[in-house]
Design a protein around this ligand. Sequence first.
Ligand code: GDP
Length: 314
Amino acid sequence: MDRDARIFIADNHGLIGEAIRRRLRDDGYENILGDSGKPSLIDARELQEFFSRTLPEYVFAVGGKSGGIGANQKLPADLMLDNLLVDCHVIDSAYRCAVKKLLYMGSSCCYPRACLQPMQVSSLMTGVLESTNEAYATAKLAGIKLSQAYRQQHGVDTITAIPANVFGPGDDFGVEDSHVIAALMVKMHQAKLFQNDHVDVWGSGAPRREFIYVGDVADAAIFLMNHYSSPVPINLGSGSDASIREIAELIKEVVGYSGELRFDPKKPDGMPLKSLDSAELLALGWQPQVPLRLGLEKTYRWYLENCHRKCLTS
Ligand code: GDP
């Protein structure tokens, strides 16, 4: 991408989109489209009109609603419909306006529940999905397949990245619907403030997740836009995983909470293990920069500066 390339980040001010936007600006990309009035991604006509008017050359397709295990169980239809609509509209509009390249952001939920670990892209579509996020994962798989189909039939240069569990500044810090790191950070922060003697942690604490800091995801997405072109999805991971219990202990340290962590086995564990084989990305010369502990510290600092008051009163 040239520094004056027309770039559209198709998102709803989500965690990943905002990080890509910040990173592009820091790197001197000047022509980021949609800053003064973004189109609705679920309105096909409005989006197509926006594409026709602004003619993006590069599209980061990182829109579509997502949430943690609670949101996936409560709102499967909302999450699935939103992602299907957004993906159809963004990918088709990109094709109709002859973009140079589109990066589709997949999800590690797309891998089968009983996948061999670390998960390789050859395992996609080889088994049954995890039931707690089946609807969302099916929509994301459809997005991957759709972007591959546009490459095959229309020659659009679409690529897919599959990130590990993303966290960082800009995350949704609601307690019920958010992903595990944001949820536990808020719960422990509130427990510290109100001197509660324990915090409820869902599930057994045994599942393992590979987490990646959102700044690294943004960096890798821009790297892939510049260096990768293939119909084969590429994994985007940090290379290390941890159990939910270990994560909870780390967050406790970062927040400075001294109470008890009480695991609630009545809440779902979800997939037992999600860890990505990112050898291909590393072989291209990309490396993550932010280790887990530092990422958690940056995230907590952002939360304190940006939303703990709002979150406390909502
Ligand atoms: P997933 O990786 O797609 O399953 O989504 P999450 O980011 O929501 O992580 C879910 C895992 O974290 C499950 O093993 C949950 O049992 C565990 N967990 C523990 N406490 C919480 C919590 O307060 N919120 C969420 N979302 N997950 C929690």
